[in-house]
Design a protein around this ligand. Structure first.
Ligand SMILES: Nc1ncnc2c1ncn2[C@@H]1O[C@H](COP(=O)(O)OP(=O)(O)OP(=O)(O)O)[C@@H](O)[C@H]1O
Length: 357
């Protein structure tokens, strides 16, 4: 296992990149702790695979260095980096049994037989494959095959890191939850440095201690799930994390007041006059609807009942505002919205100026 240092990393697929927009991965400096569980999260095309391929050695970055511990591995091939990788689709030998598939990476590395037997038996148990252990992989389901792929990565104990590239894509939804939880447990038990690429926020937030959120080639925030929820550093993070995401409302901010359309709301802190693209960010969980005199009138567009709570989608003078209400809470006929002042974050040019509390 090793700490991984990304030192001034950047990558362009063009031979002579000129502008920032030419870079699929914009400059990044970061240290990933030894034994940490990280997720790379972002929409399609944001640069997750580019970064993962630089870490695994499939791609040499246009700029910067990557270090495992104190060793500069920037120019090393994947097989020289001592990493395990699990891909979207199962990579296993169909003609081997489950057990033989799991033994294979260890046999290849000349691990002593008694150690192989022990580790493989443990892994078979962890993956709940005891009753299939001596069956050929060929006849197994896609879920089971992918479990073997995960096992082939996890069974190796001497690796610098284990990289997962959307590993649960082929897994059915119920099993996804089980495997996610299992991966988290395994991380606690084994202590490997793990990097998990996904565009699914639930996967990222349940698996990782730290989530690296990427947007248009840029790492816009690295934080714990709580940090991403409470203080998104960028409006994209606010919008992307949460279900529904944060409400982002164009406004004018000055002193302790934000003007949204024809309304003024009070803020918990004093701000300099924000000249450019000021926005108020408020999570739907901290928006209330009332029929009283106070608040800003909205038009309700839809109400979705999702069991324990409901999502009210409304329009505030043309800007979308969502509210999450507890189960059974009424939606007034002429509703007005209010925001919990301590939960209002202020953004300028998409970047957080200050959180509410
Ligand atoms: N081999 C390549 N040549 C040129 N451009 C590429 C290449 N690979 C990726 N890109 C571009 O780089 C950007 C980042 O792509 P990347 O595959 O890293 O994103 P991603 O977040 O992993 O997306 P996805 O989730 O769809 O795999 C995209 O604009 C993509 O079109």
């Amino acid at each position: 296992m090793a700490k991984i240092t990304l030192d001034g990393l950047a990558h362009s697929y063009y031979p002579n990149p000129k502008t920032d927009a030419d870079f699929a991965l914009k400059e990044l400096n970061y240290e990933w702790d030894d034994g940490g569980a990280y997720a790379l999260l972002g929409p399609s095309g944001c640069g997750k695979t580019t970064l993962l391929n630089i870490i695994s050695g499939l791609l040499v970055p246009s700029k910067g260095n990557i270090l495992f511990g104190s060793e500069n591995v920037t120019e090393l091939q994947p097989e020289q980096r001592n990493i395990a990788q699990v891909f979207q689709f199962p990579v296993i030998y169909d003609t081997m049994t489950v057990r033989q598939n799991l033994e294979f990476p260890l046999v290849n590395r000349q691990v002593p037989k008694n150690e192989i037997d022990k580790r493989v038996a443990d892994m078979i148990q962890v993956l709940d494959l005891e009753d299939k252990a001596d069956r050929k992989a060929r006849g197994l389901t896609a879920d089971e095959k992918q479990k073997i792929s995960l096992g082939r990565g996890l069974v190796r104990y001497d690796v610098n890191a284990i990289l997962f590239d959307e590993p649960l894509t082929v897994i059915d939804p119920h099993m996804k939850w089980q495997l996610r939880t299992k991966l988290k447990d395994l991380h606690r038990q084994l202590g490997h440095t793990m990097i998990y690429v996904t565009h699914d926020q639930t996967e990222a937030l349940t698996f990782a201690d730290k989530v690296v959120v990427m947007y248009e080639g840029e790492v816009v925030q690295i934080g714990t799930p709580e940090e991403l929820f409470d203080e998104p550093a960028h409006t994209f993070v606010g919008y992307f994390i949460g279900s529904p995401g944060m409400n982002i409302l164009s406004s004018q901010v000055k002193g302790k007041t934000a003007r949204i359309g024809s309304h003024e709301i009070n803020l918990a802190h004093e701000y300099r006059a924000l000249e450019e693209n000021a926005e108020v960010g408020i999570r739907p969980e901290f928006v209330t609807l009332s029929s009283g005199k106070t608040g800003m009138p909205v038009q309700v567009k839809s109400v979705e009942d999702i069991g324990r709570f409901k999502i009210v989608r409304a329009s505030l003078e043309g800007q979308d505002v969502n509210a999450v209400l507890p189960e059974g809470a009424p939606v007034p006929a002429d509703p007005k919205v209010s925001f919990d002042m301590s939960r209002i974050n202020i953004y300028e040019n998409s970047h957080l100026v200050r959180r509410g509390a």
